[in-house]
Write a protein that binds this ligand. Sequence first.
Ligand code: ZN
Length: 220
Amino acid sequence: MKAAIPGFDSLPVVCGISDRHIGHDDFLKSLGVIKARLARMQQVHAAKVVKVGARTDLSREIAEADAAITDVRGIALSVRTADCLPVLFYDPENEAIGAAHAGWRGTRERICPGVVGMMVSAFGTDPSKLVVGFGPALRQCCYEVNSEFLVHFPGSVVKMAHKHYFDMVGENAGQLISAGVSSKNIYDCGICTSCMNGDFFSYRREKDAAGRMLTVIMLK
Ligand SMILES: [Zn+2]
């Protein structure tokens, strides 16, 4: 099974999330994405957003970036994850897209509002029209954290039976709404990588043995 984000299947974009049963090359082939036109980010758990243009060098990873935006047709933006949250953006008015890798550090650095802000300045995006999608991630059910997380995310840490759990997806949704995104335009695949470890990679469950899911979006 491949993961799908409801709401995104009707958009004029190519988009998908690989699972543990398909290799990245086969997955890209199934989407019709040409590897030479795949933008890959170094992903350093920070919040740098990069605008990808027709002349961007795609032969190597984009240094230090954890998010990318583009309005170039046929360039696919990609995010690799195993527990961190892949976030996709689509601006229907200006025909532009974005992709972000949001772990807890990137979430703390407000990477999603960073993408929204960059799309506003680069493409004139109206945040209230943006469509946003969440892929598979470690969810609150399985994301036990220490109480330090209360300092960073006071509204998104739940205490149950003397343990703390982080709602990373809820935190990102809240940040997006505070950046002007409409809650009705936020779609979530609802998959927890740990609960669904048979189909998806989970770094917390598998440690260094964990592979990575690839999440891709491209303007048709
Ligand atoms: Zn879970």
